[in-house]
Design a binder for this molecule. Structure first.
Ligand SMILES: Nc1ncnc2c1ncn2[C@@H]1O[C@H](COP(=O)(O)OP(=O)(O)OP(=O)(O)O)[C@@H](O)[C@H]1O
Ligand SMILES: [Mg+2]
Length: 302
């Protein structure tokens, strides 16, 4: 039996350290991993047997430890791309490698966080976080890791609470801790703060930066929020359809300047924000192009 332990790195980083000479039986990583998309395409079965292309020719190399934000309009294929990266779906064409090796179904090197916390209501916060541990993790080691992560996301006083006894933001923090429990080399987040109020959302963004500094991992973050992408990411890709083409490809790729935490009001970011919003079809006044304007007040039920 292999065991691994949590240890403090240079900045108090959490790492799983294997103490088996043969290497770990269960796969954990003690480092962030690269992700390489090469010519990824995804076609779903469409009407009358014709395929419907959702993604086409996505090629991208994500560096180890990078935070990559994926932006795009609803339905453009962001979640599909994330699912492919985690081995929850398969590409129709192309290859995807993590740390130079092909992604496997439900790849244990990755962990996924969703828009809603998806906690089991009958389990305590600590037991929910423990669900994220890799199977076979020794009990005492697992308990120590869970306690560490619960502290990291600021839920130390709530470990024994049930999900109904904590707020939505706290539940989302527990869900982030659960995703980190397996020490993923790649953390896949699908609009993780999308259901939270604006203030909690800002706090969660700061927390994600703290977590990223403490537990080294590569982050692929799907978001609708341009400001969130500019605040958190090293690089942003915008998925979109080119004229006359079916399926989204990379329409824009932006390396975000400066170190985090960034000044939300900087002129440099304002320029990038404008560029990204234009790419999403929103003009400077926040109006969606090509969308019919409604002047009448909607009546209930909407
Ligand atoms: N399993 C599936 N079978 C058929 N079509 C699918 C499947 N999964 C996704 N799609 C289609 O692929 C397209 C992209 O879906 P996806 O969920 O990736 O979009 P998204 O960019 O994440 O959208 P949103 O921002 O609304 O979450 C949609 O048209 C969706 O209907
Ligand atoms: Mg989605």
């Amino acid at each position: 039996m292999t065991s691994s332990r949590l240890t403090a790195g240079p900045q108090g980083a959490l790492r799983a350290v294997s103490n088996s000479a043969k290497g770990p039986e269960f796969e954990t990583t003690d480092a962030a991993l690269t992700v390489s998309f090469a010519g990824i395409g995804r076609t779903f079965p469409g009407e009358r047997g014709q395929g419907r292309s959702v993604l086409r020719d996505i090629s991208l190399d994500v560096k180890a430890g990078e935070v990559l934000a994926i932006l795009g309009t609803s339905g453009c294929g962001k979640s599909t791309l994330l699912r492919i990266a985690g081995g929850l779906d398969s590409a129709t064409t192309g290859d995807i490698l993590i740390d130079g090796r092909p992604v496997t179904p439900f790849d244990a090197r990755t962990a996924v966080g969703f828009q809603e916390p998806r906690l089991l209501p009958w389990r305590s916060v600590a037991d929910n976080v423990a669900l994220g541990l890799v199977r076979g993790t020794p009990k005492t080691e697992g308990a120590a890791r869970v306690a560490n992560l619960i502290d990291l996301v600021g839920l130390g006083a709530f470990a024994g609470h049930r999900p109904r006894q904590i707020s939505g933001g706290m539940a989302q923090r527990a869900s982030l801790a659960r995703a980190l429990a397996r020490n993923p080399g790649v953390l896949l987040l699908d609009e993780p703060f999308g259901a939270l109020d604006a203030l909690t959302r800002l706090k969660m963004q700061d927390l994600l930066l703290d977590v990223h500094a403490a537990a080294p991992t590569t982050v692929l973050l799907v978001t609708h929020d341009v400001d969130e992408a500019l605040q958190l990411a090293d690089r942003i890709i915008l998925l979109g359809r080119k004229d006359g083409e079916e399926g989204s490809s990379i329409a824009q790729e932006i390396v975000v300047p400066g170190h985090r935490p960034r000044d939300r009001g900087s002129a440099e970011l304002a320029e990038l924000r404008g560029r990204l919003l234009a790419g999403l079809g929103i003009d400077r006044h926040g109006e969606a192009r090509g969308v019919e304007k409604t002047t009448a007040m909607p009546t209930f039920p909407y």
